[in-house]
Design a protein around this ligand. Structure first.
Ligand code: ADE
Ligand code: ZN
Length: 336
């Protein structure tokens, strides 16, 4: 009888794989569309939700980029991020490292400074009101070319103090990490951490490239790494964090059934997996719902849940002292 989902909800945890644009709930989408006088191709909230049926990543991305058009002002980005932080805090998230896609906004004429100002303002409010800390990871859209990504890094330079890392998202197949070597060299030279989506739909080779060519600090998803035993051995030996997203994997048909989800197998193989929500407004729930869904399917043990939650802190970009403090809080909550 799975009870570990409830146990997971009450443990303090970090979320390491969350696209802020993917936390745009249909209700807020309509409110922002009204505020900014933008027409939506849906009559109402129910019609938006009904459209969230995907058979692969690209189906989702097409609708996700449509929805993001309602985000125009710094207030919009503030409202979006604060809504996410509140939902995350209710699931026990005390630290979040969130992705944003500046190119989705700058190509519509929204300056990167407006996006970052809104997000930073929400981060400050979340820290004060919720005691939730957070970091920003700027994601480059991999379906665009590398020079566009490098130009985005240049535009971000004045706001560097607000950024922790650079990531790579959007359509994976046909856009391997090797396309972004110069951009990642530049990001590291700017003092930024690096992560990349790899092995969600793409083959194990893309995960090798993310490690060897982009020299990433974390792999986002990584599911298809399990097809390559040498890669699994490498990831385990390096203690590489995988930011796994169970409900996303189900909705995007990366797994056919939650009972077949590889999360337990990853832990059994010694991989440092974490549980995350990816795009919670589109995939059926926030981090608590992700824990509940895998627990219902796999009947996770309290020890497995505790490992996943501990991994969320040790895999974060917090300082060692901050990680230690959070691990003590996890231990205390486990025995409470
Ligand atoms: N952008 C938002 N969510 C994504 C995902 N799961 N994979 C790739 N790009 C994304
Ligand atoms: Zn993602």
């Amino acid at each position: 009888m799975p009870i570990a989902g409830d146990f997971a909800r009450r443990l303090p945890k970090a979320e390491l794989h969350l696209h802020i644009e993917g936390s745009l709930e249909p209700e807020l989408m309509f409110a922002l569309a009204r505020r900014n006088r933008i027409a939506l191709p849906f009559p109402n909230v129910e019609a938006v939700r009904a459209a969230y049926e995907f058979s692969r990543l690209q189906d989702f991305l097409d609708i996700y980029y449509q929805g993001a058009r309602v985000l125009v002002t710094d207030e919009d980005f503030h409202d979006l991020a604060l809504a996410y932080f509140r939902k995350a805090a209710a699931d026990g998230v005390v630290h979040a490292e969130i992705f944003f896609d500046p190119q989705t906004h700058t190509e519509r004429g929204v300056p990167i400074g407006v996006v970052i100002a809104g997000l930073v303002s929400a981060q400050k409010t979340a820290a004060v009101e919720l005691g939730l800390t957070s970091k920003l990871i700027l994601c480059l859209l991999r379906h665009l070319d590398e020079d566009a990504g490098i130009a985005t890094l240049r535009e971000a330079e004045p706001y560097l103090e607000h950024l922790t890392g650079v990531g790579l998202d959007s359509s994976e197949l046909g856009h391997p990490p090797s396309k972004f070597v110069r951009a990642y060299d530049r990001a590291r030279a700017m003092g930024l951490k690096t992560v990349a989506h790899a092995g969600e739909e793409g083959p194990p080779e893309y995960v090798w490239e993310a490690l060897d060519l982009l020299k990433v600090d974390r792999i986002d998803h990584g599911n298809r790494a399990l097809e390559d035993p040498a890669l699994v051995a490498r990831l385990a030996a390096e203690g590489m964090t995988l930011t796994v997203c169970p409900l996303s994997n189900l909705k995007l048909c990366v797994v056919d059934d939650m009972a077949l989800h590889p999360l337990r197998r990853m832990l059994d193989l010694g991989l440092k997996a974490t549980v995350n929500s990816d795009d919670p407004a589109f995939f059926g729930g926030y981090v608590g719902a992700n824990f509940t869904a895998v627990d219902d399917a796999l009947d996770l043990t309290p020890a497995e849940i505790t490992t996943l939650v501990r991994n969320s802190f040790t895999g974060s970009f917090l300082s060692e002292a901050q990680v230690s403090k959070h691990l003590v809080a996890v231990d205390n909550a486990v025995v409470a």
